[in-house]
Design a protein around this ligand. Structure first.
Ligand code: ATP
Ligand code: MG
Length: 258
């Protein structure tokens, strides 16, 4: 794409220094477009969550800017940010569902940005919202569990509810921070597959922090490797050679025999 046009997401020279003086991100720049599924890999402490929190507006960078859909989110006031965050779906490792509410009601909370309040979501005017929520539960194969309380669902089901909730927001961007880290390997692959499928169908730009390199290779179009707050690799899964992985995970990997 021509650099004369803004990308959907523009991260420019992002630097984050925490209050204790730790520099979590050095000078991160990246651009991404609608429909891309980007996996962000890197060892623990590399700065992956810090990056997603900056894009979500939760963390103000020390330097640099983030432009999402033409709007500079790094300089928005709290009120403006609240409105803009309707466009940002977030999927957490630990789901963040309301335990005692049914799956469907949890998914409906994804529609709150489009409805004045919760009462109108649940009442007569909520019909179209309910239809969207039910359709999205069906897309992650959970239609049958729509009325089950969230705390009675398995881990994989909970994360699929959270995917349905995020996609019901009809977001411009979907951010997922270690979405499958609490699931066993087989479930992790199924949930990643669901997430990638709905994101592709809706052409939503999706950034996924993930530790499993094999899942990143299988489900993402593009991989960004971060080490010590810097982008070490940004390209297709096919370019993720052993040499690149060594640089990304330099301090984690067992030394090779000479
Ligand atoms: N609020 C904070 N104050 C000080 N340092 C912080 C704060 N939050 C994170 N850090 C530090 O910043 C660095 C990057 O943290 P971050 O959570 O972004 O890493 P990560 O790549 O997501 O790691 P993980 O894979 O373990 O989730 C780490 O060294 C972390 O200890
Ligand atoms: Mg993290």
């Amino acid at each position: 794409m021509s650099r004369w046009l803004l990308s959907l997401l523009e991260v420019n020279n992002l630097r984050v220094v925490y209050a204790n003086g730790h520099e979590a991100l050095k000078s991160v720049s990246l651009q991404a477009e609608a429909g891309e599924i980007v996996a962000i890999i890197g060892r623990s402490g590399a700065g992956k969550s810090t990056l997603l929190r900056c894009i979500d507006g939760l963390q103000k960078p020390t330097e640099g800017s983030i432009v999402l859909d033409g709007e500079t989110i790094t300089t928005l006031s709290e009120g403006q940010l609240r409105r803009t965050r309707r466009k940002i779906g977030f999927i957490w490792q630990e789901y963040n569902l309301v335990d005692r509410l049914p799956a469907l009601t949890n998914v409906l909370t994804g529609r709150l940005g489009y409805s004045g309040d919760f009462a109108s979501l649940l009442g007569y005017f909520g019909r179209s919202h309910r239809e969207i929520a039910l359709r999205n539960l069906e897309r992650v194969n959970l239609y049958d569990k729509a009325l089950q309380r969230a705390d009675r669902l398995s881990g994989g089901e909970k994360q699929r509810v959270s995917i349905a909730r995020a996609i019901s927001q009809e977001p411009t961007i979907l951010l997922a921070d270690e979405p499958v880290a609490s699931l066993d390997p087989e479930l992790a692959a199924q949930v990643m597959s669901d997430l990638a499928r709905v994101a592709r169908e809706d052409q939503v730009l999706t950034l996924i922090n993930i530790h499993h390199v094999e899942l990143a290779r299988e489900f993402a179009d593009r991989i960004i490797g971060i080490a010590k707050g810097e982008v070490i690799y940004d390209g297709p899964p096919s370019g993720l050679s052993e040499t690149v992985l060594d640089r990304v995970y330099r301090f984690d990997r067992a030394p090779r025999a000479a």
